[in-house]
Write a new protein. Sequence first.
Lengths: 143, 160
Amino acid sequence: MNTAEQYLKAIYLVQQVENGPAATGRLADSLDVSPASANEMIGKLEDRGLADHEKYKGVTLTDEGIERARDSLQTYCIIERFLVEVLGVEEFRTEASQLESVIDETVAERLDTIIDRESQCPDCFAPDEDVCALLDADGGAAD
Amino acid sequence: MSVSQPVASDHQLARLLQIGMVLEEVVEARAHQHYRSVSADLDTEIEALLEHAAEESADHRDRLAALIDDLDAERIPFEQIAPLVADHYDRDRDTDGVLYDQLCNEETAYKFYDDLIAAIEASSATFGIDREQLVATLSAIREEEADGAEEVTRLMEARE
């Protein structure tokens, strides 16, 4: 997942939590980057038709941006679930965020062939907890 | 969540090598499953391809395991992954499907090693294993994946 895809995913999740546009400061915090870096990338996403930015309000994804963000979120869900179900990693949230920039969507699709992921993914992702609400982190998939 | 330097420690490197090991094991186990599910329809060329894919993945797994050992991390045993592949394997597949899946395997593995090598080369971290040897090993595996993808493509084109 490249940097732009990580931003799209972060905007999508902040928008869900805020139920409105994602404020640049909030977005920068969630990605652990400077507001200047966030602004620069938001500009690039706007140029590519993936996001709209309104001064003093924040950034909103376009329909295409939402589609791309959901694909990225799904890739992230696969990484988290793989770490829990297959490798039994306790600190899976931290490790998933470290690994997401190296794990491509096609690689995640292969990892997806050996995990149990629900059909409604990524709608079951809980942004506040940074994890799929249906994932039993102690023992794999929840019933 | 962070847009961070991807490979910053031995721990992260070992985790990525473990993922590589699992990918190889998935390829090997799926090749066995393909062989079992469509063996009656297989011609000698596809049979040889699947056999070679399984052998090559086992070899890649061994090379990754050696790197993981040097990092004092745990290997992911094939015996752990093979049943997961079997549990999730879709048996409704013909020989064209087998070749396509094999092409996906080779291309996915190539992409994984390519991204991993780039992430290592972009990192300024000092690892517990020799960086040149690490990149040389991963690069050699990546080239074999590229050759494998070429071979499957050639076979698919010949059957059109």
